[in-house]
Design a protein around this ligand. Structure first.
Ligand SMILES: CC(=O)SCCNC(=O)CCNC(=O)[C@H](O)C(C)(C)COP(=O)(O)OP(=O)(O)OC[C@H]1O[C@@H](n2cnc3c(N)ncnc32)[C@H](O)[C@@H]1OP(=O)(O)O
Length: 278
């Protein structure tokens, strides 16, 4: 695995939990633990079987597929589809009614999501199909946010096919200095997911490009993420987008998403050149 040195210093482990959109995002990558931290253990739930339908079949009202894909910040009106995309991608093995419970749990977690520390940013991006960027249709309560969602409503929102969260909270970056300060200038990507029927159409690539543009706008010089080493598709995606694996120094206890001990992560990073806006 190719490694680059981006000048990250050795640090002791962070006690932070992996929160991207809410208190339960820590389970984003872990199909073995409760999906969203409201007391539902996925280990104990029955999985799919013959004659069992999925929540996505009940609630996934797929639009006529339009070639146009727009990547924008998630709005309150997208929240169910964001939960749907997350759960169907990270917990595909669960069937109705349990997958429905998991989605509701995710929704509650996102809407009651933790606020970000002062000076930090976090947004959820969505790739929508058949939507419009026509802002004149928006009802826009000033500065209103709920959890990770922008409080806007559009008459033509489109259908959410992919999601990504990007932040500057730095919970999963090694701290710096003796005071173990939060690292600045490095954006962190998590919860990247594309609905199965829309995969291999370049949607994740578009989400990553938009996340990079947001990070540049925030003044970040680099963007990082953790990728499950047993996820070759995602690893190829990030490598293709210019991310490089960072070799964790021997003995260093760098923070990682808190998931099953069986899951090993590769810490990947990309330098952001030429600050521009999108
Ligand atoms: C930081 C994190 O959040 S890591 C978690 C990643 N998320 C998941 O594993 C959830 C389940 N998986 C998914 O949602 C999707 O498969 C994703 C997000 C990994 C990829 O989304 P897609 O929209 O299909 O990716 P996209 O079409 O942009 O692919 C771009 C390139 O990545 C690579 N790639 C993506 N998926 C795969 C795959 N399954 N196998 C091999 N290569 C892949 C290919 O090089 C692809 O280019 P190509 O299609 O021209 O060959």
């Amino acid at each position: 695995m190719q490694a680059i040195n981006l000048g990250l210093t050795l640090s002791s482990s962070s006690s932070s939990s992996y929160t991207s959109l809410g208190p339960s995002s820590s389970r984003s990558f872990n199909p073995n633990t409760s999906a969203l931290g409201h007391g539902v253990s996925l280990r104990s739930l029955p999985k799919s079987g013959p004659g069992v339908c999925k929540a996505s079949q009940v609630f996934g009202l797929f639009p006529t597929v339009s070639p146009g894909i727009t990547v924008r910040e998630a709005r309150i009106e997208d929240c169910w589809e964001v939960a749907e995309t997350h759960c169907s991608s990270f917990f595909p093995q669960y069937s109705f009614p349990l997958d429905f419970v998991v989605r509701i749990d995710r929704l509650v977690a996102m809407l009651s999501g933790l606020s970000v520390p002062n000076g930090c940013r976090r947004i959820c991006l969505v790739a929508v199909i058949g939507g419009s960027e026509n802002e004149t249709l928006l009802i826009r309560p000033e500065d209103f946010k709920l959890g990770g969602f922008d409080g806007k409503v559009s008459l033509n929102k489109g259908y959410v096919a992919g999601i990504l969260t990007v932040d500057t909270v730095a919970d999963f970056l090694p701290r710096k200095g003796p005071m173990r300060q939060r690292r600045t200038g490095i954006a962190y990507v998590s919860n990247v997911a594309v609905r199965e029927q829309f995969r291999r159409k370049g949607i994740a690539k578009k989400l990553i490009l938009k996340a990079e543009a947001e990070a540049r706008n925030w003044g970040c010089r680099a963007i990082a993420l953790h990728c499950d080493t047993s996820n070759p598709g995602a690893t190829k995606l990030y490598r293709g987008q210019g991310f490089k694996s960072i070799k964790v120094p021997e003995g260093a206890n760098w923070p990682e998403p808190k998931t099953s001990p069986d899951i090993k992560y590769s810490f990947m990073m990309k330098l952001l050149k030429n600050p521009t806006s999108i």
